[in-house]
Design a protein around this ligand. Structure first.
Ligand SMILES: Cc1cc2nc3c(=O)[nH]c(=O)nc-3n(C[C@H](O)[C@H](O)[C@H](O)COP(=O)(O)OP(=O)(O)OC[C@H]3O[C@@H](n4cnc5c(N)ncnc54)[C@H](O)[C@@H]3O)c2cc1C
Length: 410
């Protein structure tokens, strides 16, 4: 016996959970399959990850009616300072400074920082209110096949699922993409992001910092209270050395690198590390299968755009499927899915390329390149027009954006 569902979502992380809510709100019948236990997963302890949510992602969560529950655990971004190292004095230069009052619409913050654990917990709590969402946790897809106008999937717990469409939200190394025989391109950055949260004596004043160092960028993202999330990228060898340091030496090393006026700092919870690779799938779709988020594109985290890109995929595929369903079209047909690929392919490839170029330009010790980039950042800082364009890009406001990212319902 097959379980019938209109859309099978493979992967119950943030992209998968948000997509399930969006489709269910619009009357589609959804099944979500996730290997980990969704009910208790990451609900209490800090797992290292915090996201810089772009302004458009905030608008999307508002439109989906899921922002109010996240608000109290989020920190607005009012300033962003981007610095390159100055070799003469060991202090950041503040080469480029964005303030929300000069940049964003309606004096809104430029974005919000939310920890993964709160985001996931809240999204999961919302799923439970939908009768048309079927949750299969502690289970994963072992195989799938497409024939006679349907997709047939088989789970590790022995269940069989028949659906009109499978959406892979299963991250890098996506099994959904592999079942569909979609090739992957990419390369290893030979860099690792060391991730932790810190407590500090002085307030961060809702300012996010991006410090470019020869071995890799460091992001300091403000969390509620006197806490910040750190994404500290080093080459693999240095990262391996830092990882095995005791807490005292780890924090001393970090402090000497960031050198910000935050007073005494200490670790808040455990440290984590993420090896960095770039991955891009040759196609985002095949017959009755579509890829969303990191399963389609995994980019360098330096611009804090990976999840934002994934949520844009969610808003785009959601808009296409919901409209197709309303018109009576077959939601899993190639004709419908092609619209999604056409919409998302260019922007995601451009973002992957841009973050790759920025990383290569800044993460090196070449004096000429360093001088040119420092001059470039200073020039940019003086140019209001370019600055505004850049921050609108980071906020996700440029280009052909889905309705949800404008805060409108589909
Ligand atoms: C250090 C670091 C910092 C970052 N900071 C930011 C930031 O500030 N802002 C931002 O926008 N992005 C950021 N990103 C990127 C962001 O973390 C990712 O883009 C995002 O988490 C991808 O989400 P996803 O749902 O596509 O995949 P994932 O989060 O990888 O989730 C995949 C899910 O699929 C499940 N799964 C796997 N296999 C199967 C299977 N066979 N069957 C069913 N389910 C399966 C997994 O258990 C998991 O729950 C950062 C990334 C890193 C590494």
């Amino acid at each position: 016996m097959y379980k019938n569902t209109q859309v099978l979502i493979v992967g119950g992380s943030i992209n998968g959970l948000t997509l399930a809510i969006l489709l269910a709100q619009n009357g589609l019948d959804v099944t979500i399959i996730e290997p980990k236990k969704l009910t208790s997963r990451g609900l209490s302890s800090f797992d290292g990850r915090a996201y810089a949510l772009a302004l458009t992602t905030h608008k999307m969560f508002n439109a989906l009616n899921i922002w109010d529950g996240l608000k109290m655990n989020s920190e607005p971004i009012l300033d962003i300072k981007i610095d390159a190292p100055n070799d003469r004095v060991n202090k950041p230069n503040s080469l480029l400074h964005f303030n929300h009052l000069e940049m964003a619409e309606d004096e809104n913050p430029m974005g919000y920082i939310v920890e993964d654990r709160y985001l996931r917990k809240y999204l999961f709590s919302q799923l439970k209110s939908f009768k048309n969402i079927n949750i299969m946790d502690e289970s994963y897809i072992t195989d799938c096949e497409v024939n006679n106008g349907h997709a047939f999937s088989f789970s590790s717990t022995g269940e069989k699922i028949k659906s009109n469409l499978i959406i892979g939200c299963d991250g890098k190394n996506s099994v959904t993409a592999n079942f569909a025989n979609i090739n992957e391109f990419g390369w290893d950055y030979n860099q690792t992001s060391l991730v932790c949260a810190i407590d500090h004596e002085k307030p961060h004043n809702s300012c996010a910092y991006q410090l470019f160092k020869p071995s890799g960028p460091i992001a300091i993202l403000p969390l509620p209270g006197n806490r910040s999330s750190i994404v500290w990228t080093e080459d693999n060898k240095t990262a391996a050395f830092i990882t095995q340091l005791n807490k005292k030496d780890y924090i001393a090393n970090l402090n000497s690198k960031i050198n910000l006026d935050l007073g005494k700092i200490s670790l808040s919870g455990k440290q984590f590390s993420y090896p960095l690779i770039l991955t891009l799938r040759e196609y985002f779709i095949s017959d009755r299968i579509a890829l969303v988020g990191d399963s389609a594109h995994g980019i360098h985290p330096l611009a804090g755009q990976g999840l934002n890109l994934g949520l844009r995929d969610v808003a785009s595929i959601g808009e296409i499927i919901i409209n197709a369903h309303r018109r009576g079209e077959d939601i899993g047909s190639l004709a419908v899915l092609k619209r999604y690929e056409t919409w998302r392919r260019f922007e995601t490839s451009m973002m992957a390329a841009t973050t790759d170029i920025i990383n290569k330009t800044f993460s090196n010790n070449n004096m000429i390149l360093k001088t040119v980039t420092n001059l470039g950042l200073r020039f940019l800082n003086e140019n209001q027009f370019l600055k505004k364009h850049l921050i609108r890009e980071a906020a996700g406001l440029n280009g052909n954006i889905p309705k949800l990212l404008k805060g409108k319902l589909i």
